[in-house]
Design a protein around this ligand. Structure first.
Ligand code: A3P
Length: 275
């Protein structure tokens, strides 16, 4: 079915990437992903050995995918266990019930919302399309505060996976970009352990970390290309920028800092989650 007919009754808005997005089950979707999300939620056939990498955009999905793939292909997961590896931005509440019930393992990566927004802003500048009058940083910030981003509201996305990870510790591993940056080797070991296999040698861990480092991945020829990837419609080079923690301080005014702090605190209060 065409996206236009699927989405005709859904709320729509033009977000700062210049793309019209549709709100479905409480979250905003670009048209290209809406149909896929609807299909997945209806027709996904789950297998208990599936491994899902879930994340809101701009939180380190590309990095974690590379790490996960490397862990799997390093034989740290027995082959028969690595049944299917997926990565998705779909929120927890929309994941297919059979997948949640199947015992599949989910690794979620979260990120400081301030850095995720700055990263998203830069990304939107690179992919800007169909928008003759792009929003300013301040206007985009307002949209982010209102929860209007692809696969947003961002804070709800993180909170849903956070809460689920507290209840289903065997099935959901909740990681953050910040802790992965601070101790990547430790993160790789946690991922491997969670997937049912303790790490074999320290050298192997180091090899995986080095293979997936920002420097290495961003300098690979394919990732310096401005060509569009067939799977995401975005230039390959748009997935790499600075790869650091705390860049938001270079962009936020004191008023922005205060406004987002208040929103974050109101949302995460009592959840045990911290940013
Ligand atoms: P910045 O824009 O802050 O640099 P995603 O993959 O979810 O789209 O996230 C993109 C963010 O992850 C970007 O953040 C990008 O630079 C960063 N990133 C990509 N590869 C990385 C890596 N190997 N190590 C650390 N950060 C990485």
């Amino acid at each position: 079915m065409a996206v236009s007919s699927l989405s005709q009754d859904l709320p729509a808005t033009k977000l700062f990437s210049g793309i019209v997005m549709y709100q479905w089950q409480g979250y905003w979707y670009p048209p290209s992903h809406l149909e896929a999300a609807m299909d997945v939620s209806k027709h996904f056939v789950a297998h208990p050995d599936d491994i899902l990498l879930a994340a809101a955009p701009k939180t380190g999905t590309t990095w974690l995918s590379a790490l996960l793939f490397s862990i799997a292909s390093h034989g740290l997961i027995p082959k028969e266990e690595a049944h299917k590896l997926f990565s998705t931005h779909i929120p927890y509440s929309t994941l297919p019930e059979p997948l949640k019930d199947s015992g599949s393992r989910i690794i979620y990566i979260s990120r400081n919302p301030r850095d995720a927004f700055v990263s998203l802003w830069h990304f939107s500048q690179k992919i800007q399309r169909g928008n003759s009058d792009p929003l300013t940083f301040e206007e985009a910030f307002e949209q982010f505060c209102e929860g209007k981003t692809a696969f947003g509201p961002f804070l709800e996305h993180v909170l849903e996976y956070w809460k689920a990870s507290q209840e289903r510790t065997q099935n959901i591993l909740f990681l953050t970009y910040e802790e992965m940056k601070a101790d990547t080797k430790g993160g790789v070991k946690r991922m491997a352990q969670f997937l049912g296999r303790s790490i074999e040698t320290e050298e192997e861990v180091e090899e995986i970390v080095d293979m997936c480092s920002f420097e290495r991945l961003s300098n690979l020829e394919v990732n310096t290309s401005k060509e569009k990837s067939p799977w995401a419609f975005f230039p390959y080079n748009s997935f790499f920028r600075k790869g650091v923690v705390g860049d938001w301080v270079n962009y936020f005014t004191p008023a922005m800092t205060e406004r987002l702090d208040r929103i974050i605190q109101a949302k995460i209060q009592g959840s045990g989650l911290q940013f």
